[in-house]
Design a binder for this molecule. Sequence first.
Ligand SMILES: *Cc1c(COP(=O)(O)O)cnc(C)c1O
Ligand code: SF4
Length: 359
Amino acid sequence: MIETKPKTGYVKGMQILTTSNDSVGAGGDVGPQTWQQQLKTAIRTVPDLLRQLKLTVNPALDAKVGAKAEAAFPVFAPLPYVRRMVPGDPADPLLRQVLPIDAEDSSPAGFSADPLGENAATVRPGLLQKYHGRMLVVATGACAIHCRYCFRRHFPYGEGPAGAALHKQLADALANDDSLDEVILSGGDPLTLVDDAFSALVDTIEQAAHIKRLRIHTRLPIVIPQRVTDQLVERLSFSRLQKVIVVHTNHANEIDEAVIDSLQRLNTPGTQLLNQSVLLRGVNDSSDALVDLSQRLLDGEVLPYYLHQLDPVIGAAHFEVSIERGKQLIQEIRARLPGFAVPRYVQEIAGRPNKTVLA
Ligand SMILES: *Cc1c(COP(=O)(O)O)cnc(C)c1O
Ligand code: SF4
């Protein structure tokens, strides 16, 4: 998430934190940290990130580019995630997802700020519709982690509505379109909203009688497993809607025991857990990495859903894996996994009525 321009999503995120920290109360040294505290203490600079990993310098980032990359898309990585990285390894697959490097400064032909034509798909402020039957809600611009390859890193979140204004847009859009049967809460990450705000969004969706499914696109249960609070689980399990929770994981090392536990808590009756990944050079572009990821997802009762071809967003070109290589990897993992553990390898091509299946 997060745009290059006014960093409004980021600021919004901070506002959410301020509010929640007030309710959490000070003196939080007792017991395990809440998810809001985990966000508050997240790593926000390159030197802090390197220090956590006992790395002295980032050889792939000079000071000039570093300042530019930080201003464009600041480092943001909560400690529960950082602690899953291997200390001393500059090639760690989790580190690579969050560490700015010089290569972000290059923007080859074909890479743009809005590669998916999302500005054109905005049907109302805060609402995107590209595909029949499902409406995507940009519930917030904030995320719990800043992924360097993110296709939404330049999305103008600051322009979107929040709170009551978003509820009104959503309620009107749902009331006026009987062809919708699914609402996708996305962002940003919709679970950066505090439980009451999230619950209120679910209320608005439930009020539209023709909506059957609630889909949630979130990386939070992976990044900060404590985000799966009792209140969240209760709200979801009381809902009349079918739940499809699509988490986002790119490497098996992202899933530790605390993550497995959070996934199990989310997995109440009437819920389908899925995962989406992005095929990323240096992170998961080997059949071993993809097989391990699928196996680990199955440990958490999560089905691999999509493996996305990288969207050509400025700053992410160094993560690109060729489609030819991607297809070859799918062939290789198909020979090693049950069919249900092989994700669909897809590419988003602006203007098409569905994501394009490559393999
Ligand atoms: C990817 C996407 C969806 C979901 O597509 P599925 O193929 O159903 O997973 C819906 N809306 C938008 C705007 C999307 O980008
Ligand atoms: S969590 Fe998702 S939306 Fe947020 S930065 Fe990462 S990939 Fe982008």
